[in-house]
Design a protein around this ligand. Sequence first.
Ligand code: CA
Length: 232
Amino acid sequence: MKRQKILVIEDEPDILEVIEYNLARDGFRVVTARDGDAGLRLARAELPDAVVLDLMLPGIDGLEICRRLRADDVTRTLPIVMVTAKGEEADIVVGLGIGADDYLTKPFSPRELVARVRAVLRRAQPQAARTGDDRLEFAGLVIDRARHEVLVRGDPVTFTPTELRLLHFLGAHPGRVLTRDQLLSRAIGEHAVVLDRNIDVHVRSIRKKLGAERERLETVRGVGYRFRDDQD
Ligand code: CA
């Protein structure tokens, strides 16, 4: 089971340290940012599983970050837990309205924070991923990385190792737009099986092999690709 990665955007060093320590102790990988610009950059570059977002930040504030994360196809479905100071109730309402998943009011207990993060992760977890990291099951499509097997409407179809990695990576992030760079570095980069680093060529081939399920791989013009889950 891979460790989930949490991005924490918080400018107060003491609070940041407490959050980071407690998430790490609970088994999460943690990346941190002290201001909005760095936070937005890391959200795109690191593909975290969730974000803990302080509202009052220097530069771009938390609400604007939330807005931008939701407007960006790469981070659109990223779970967000807002952290607010007392007296920011109006901001909480706005934040939830623009897509934050939950919030905590300072001061909060570290246990409470970890519990909230776990809750948004559970809610965000795609149905398919619950059957295990290696095997993803969708209606009409099974992607099994460990057994190197893809079933399209019950029929086994042969995929190259690179194609299988790409398809599995896309399928593990349903609904999220992944850029070509992300697909290269995350799905292919760490493995030496790359024959052709042109993602589009691989995707074309994958689509062909998916046959009746080809619509699952959606092209997002100028950005990359998105795997469509059944709820889409
Ligand atoms: Ca702050």
